[in-house]
Unconditional design. Sequence first.
Length: 134
Amino acid sequence: MKIFSSRDGTAIVETALVFPLFLLLAFGITDIGNAVFARMSVNAASQSGASYIVSHAGATQSDVQIAMNQAVGNSSFCATATCSVFLQSQCAPAPAQCIITVTASSAWTPMLPTTTYSWALPLTITYTTTIRIA
């Protein structure tokens, strides 16, 4: 009589060994994807705000923030993030030059706690777009 020849339950044991590792990798890849998406969104907001100022003379801060919200596809992006426009010098008639800085910042938090992934720490993503109009 063979005592150790039974294969009943082999799949369950193998699944129990591999599944936690699979979940850890899957959540890690998802966290990386979310971080990249957040960076792309903040970058798009910054560039869109700067582009809006260039194409719309006399744009107000709220107009620029609406354009930044539309670029991200989230109507409350600037409400949860920091969206700012700074005029370094007045845009007066020629020959003065105008320097405009548009900054977008947003906080990103990983899905998994930092004890699981020591490399995935909460961070603030910031992009700045500077335009000089001469």
